[in-house]
Ligand binder design. Structure first.
Ligand SMILES: [Fe+2]
Ligand SMILES: [Fe+2]
Ligand SMILES: [Fe+2]
Length: 408
């Protein structure tokens, strides 16, 4: 089977707006791990954009800087997973953890920046005096990293409840860690109270939107898939239970779409929907997600909220109408017994039914920390029963049996 490599349906797309929507979930997740980090990515992006404006950075570079800033901590989940400290009462100091810098840099390797620059995320905690995790000094640290480092420092202290004067004093005390020219720039505009008011949780989203350079790019869904893949890796890194769940679903969805000979646009939209179907899980605390069994009714209701969050995030993105439905309907059942809406066969289109089936198949066949994955045969047996009970689409189950039969 050939993988479609062309996608004709180009969109005039504001990539940063897409990123802001998606990275809001990243901010939720970071808040679960680091309680002070509310709207952290957005706040760092806003402060970075203010600095960039003052140093007359071009629109295009500012556009990339905002993307980097929104995603600067995208490696936190993978790092905490690797350090095995999720859900534990361990103090995690993000500012001195080089692993999240390494993981974050790696994860953005295929992000469609306007002009790719090396090591921005890798060095976002480097200190001007060389005392950072990798010992890089002065202007050897890329400019974007120097900006993000200072913005990050301010954002963390702001979230801890420190006021403008206290933050300025902290920067002056730690002056050797930051680019002196950038500190001067910040001292200039931070004299005005609006800079601090705009950082409040209720204003920071609008403040950031108002700083977005008007750079629209022609994007097709195949290119957007490069971004959704980054988020699918972040979602998978959140919990050992989800290991490679989103990646597995996305790949299998690809094979199914080829089997049905979907056009290229539908193929890539389905891959994006598969990548992002569990996006809402980023908003669910690990203390609940990582429980192998024995969920209380209340905890189960919290888990059931995840496709609802997926819908709330994706529905804001232009060109994502179908993707939103397919992704957010993956726990609905044909007889109306699913969640979160209780939709039934009259509401669920064929592509939503496909994703619901792939989700079940992937969940049954993948290994979990507390059990081995099932064989193809056993999984299909369970799915055939569900199809007979009127829960899932029988024709998809039957076709999946023939597509994946040899995978055992
Ligand atoms: Fe960081
Ligand atoms: Fe950060
Ligand atoms: Fe799910």
């Amino acid at each position: 089977m050939n993988c479609p490599d062309k996608c004709r349906d180009n969109l005039l797309f504001n990539v940063n707006q897409l990123l802001i929507s998606l990275s809001r979930t990243l901010d939720f997740a970071e808040k679960d791990l680091l309680p002070n980090h509310i709207n952290h990515g957005m706040r760092v992006a806003y402060i970075s954009a203010r600095i960039a404006e003052k140093i007359n950075m071009s629109d295009k570079n500012r556009f990339d800087l905002i993307s980097y800033a929104l995603l600067h901590d995208n490696g936190v989940m993978a790092s905490m997973r690797r350090l095995d400290i999720c859900g534990r009462q361990t103090t995690y100091n993000v500012e001195s953890d080089p692993v999240h810098c390494l993981e974050g840099e790696k994860n953005l390797a295929h992000f469609p920046f306007l002009s790719r620059q090396k090591n921005i995320i890798l060095y976002h905690h480097e200190k001007y005096d060389g005392s950072g995790p990798f010992g890089i000094t002065g202007i050897n640290i890329p400019l974007y990293s120097r900006i993000i480092s200072l913005a990050d420092y301010i954002a963390i202290r702001y979230s801890e409840g420190k006021g403008p004067d206290a933050i300025k004093n902290s920067i002056m005390k730690d002056a050797c860690k930051f680019d002196p020219d950038l500190c001067e720039v910040v001292f200039g505009f931070s004299r005005h109270i609006e800079f601090w008011l705009n950082q409040k949780d209720e204003f920071v989203y609008k403040a950031l939107i108002s700083m977005l350079p008007q750079v629209k790019r022609e994007f097709n869904y195949q290119k957007i898939h490069q971004i959704s893949q980054i988020f699918s890796r972040i979602i998978d890194a959140k919990s050992p239970f989800t290991g490679s769940h989103s990646r597995g679903i996305s790949e299998k969805t690809g094979f199914i779409c080829q089997f049905y000979e979907f056009d290229d646009v539908t193929y890539w939209k389905m891959r994006i929907a598969a990548d992002l179907h569990d996006l809402g899980k980023l908003a669910i605390p690990n203390s609940i997600l990582d429980k192998p069994s024995g969920l209380t009714r209340k905890e189960f209701q919290i888990i059931q909220a995840h496709p609802f969050y997926t819908r709330r995030i994706l529905e804001k993105i232009d060109g994502f109408d179908d993707i939103t439905d397919w992704a957010a309907n993956h726990h609905e059942k044909l007889d109306g017994s699913g969640y979160p809406y209780g939709l039934d066969k009259n509401d669920l289109d064929f592509n939503s039914r496909i994703l619901a089936c792939v989700d079940i198949y992937q969940a049954l066949t993948e290994d979990r920390p507390y059990r081995k994955g099932m064989s193809h045969k056993d999984a299909i047996k369970i799915m055939n029963n569900m199809a007979r009970e009127g829960l899932i689409e029988p024709s998809v189950t039957e076709d999946m049996d023939s597509i994946f039969r040899d995978s055992d």
